[in-house]
Design a protein around this ligand. Structure first.
Ligand SMILES: Nc1ncnc2c1ncn2[C@@H]1O[C@H](COP(=O)(O)OP(=O)(O)O)[C@@H](O)[C@H]1O
Ligand SMILES: [Mg+2]
Length: 277
């Protein structure tokens, strides 16, 4: 669908904060994203979420004359590095969990349709299979502080659906725990979360999401398997996509993921106890 510019002369302002999307700009009340192989499927996801009445995502407005995706700009605060101190406030983490729950409920109603196979990337060679079981919804799966918009202290919208793909609720919640508990060694945390208690906050996030007993029982094991799988997928993205992915790999994201695997292993029993009913 071709986007008709209401203000053709509005200036384009580069959006900073993300790691990988080059050429992202704000223009008036919209954001322009360069086309990617998954653009059509992400557009479809955003449109179906809108049709289903879900308001916690940007709306997809069409494609502009330069072939870029046009999305609504979501007003509010998203973190940019260094993350502000408020990222560490527990109520924020709780509100993120509730927003992701609302998203997952809406996404589960869409199911895992044929077109959703265009999302994500196939597993690279050497990557172990997921332990999470068959997908039940299109997960967002990249719920970093940069990808959540807050208003009045509460999470109101997810942005950046570039990594969305078929997944389970447990995989989705494991991603929220990684960033917001955070389930990683203290040395690798941003300052704003350095002193956070990953057990107490993990419990809060899982409770606010309202995860089932069966899901809770899987969370730590699935988190461990995601860490192994993400080492493979990050390396693969760095090799095949270059750009910001290659930069992150050179900056040591692979080693950080290995440290996360070791941390999850060493803390597994305590983490399981923290999230159990
Ligand atoms: N639709 C949007 N509404 C409001 N801010 C946005 C929107 N899209 C992107 N941004 C801002 O731009 C930053 C980078 O965009 P993002 O889509 O996350 O790119 P990347 O793929 O590089 O992470 C976000 O962290 C956010 O601050
Ligand atoms: Mg982002």
């Amino acid at each position: 669908m071709r986007y008709v510019e209401p203000e053709p002369d509005a200036p384009e302002v580069p959006l900073l904060g993300g790691d990988v999307t080059e050429g992202l700009v704000r223009k008036g009340g919209t954001v322009r994203r360069p086309a990617a192989p998954t653009s059509a499927a992400v557009a479809r996801l955003l449109r179906e979420l809108e049709a289903a009445g879900f308001d916690g995502a940007p709306r997809h407005l069409g494609t502009d004359d330069a072939g870029r995706e046009v999305l609504t700009f979501v007003e509010g605060d998203a973190a940019v590095r260094p993350w502000p101190e408020w990222i560490g406030e527990p109520e924020r983490a709780g509100s993120v969990a509730r927003l992701v729950r609302r998203y997952d409920d809406a996404a589960e109603r869409l199911g895992v349709p044929e077109w959703s196979r265009e999302l994500g990337m196939p597993d690279p060679a050497g990557s172990p299979p997921t332990l999470a079981g068959p997908p039940t919804l299109i997960g967002h799966l990249d719920v970093t502080p940069e990808n959540v918009v807050f208003r009045d202290g509460a999470a109101v919208s997810l942005i950046d659906f570039d990594l969305a793909r078929p997944a389970t609720r447990v995989e989705e919640l494991a991603n929220v725990l990684l960033w917001w508990a955070p389930w990683m060694p203290a040395e690798d945390r941003e300052e704003a979360l350095r002193d956070a208690d990953p057990f107490e906050r993990g419990r809060l996030i899982v409770d606010e999401y309202g995860m089932s007993a069966a899901g809770r029982a899987q969370l730590v094991r699935v988190s461990q398997s995601i860490a192994v799988r993400s080492w493979h997928s990050m390396r693969h993205r760095a090799e095949t996509l270059g750009g910001g992915w290659a930069r992150m790999w050179q900056e040591g994201v692979g080693d950080r993921i290995v440290r996360r695997q070791e941390w999850l292993e060493s803390q597994a029993d305590a983490l399981e106890a923290a999230v159990r009913f």
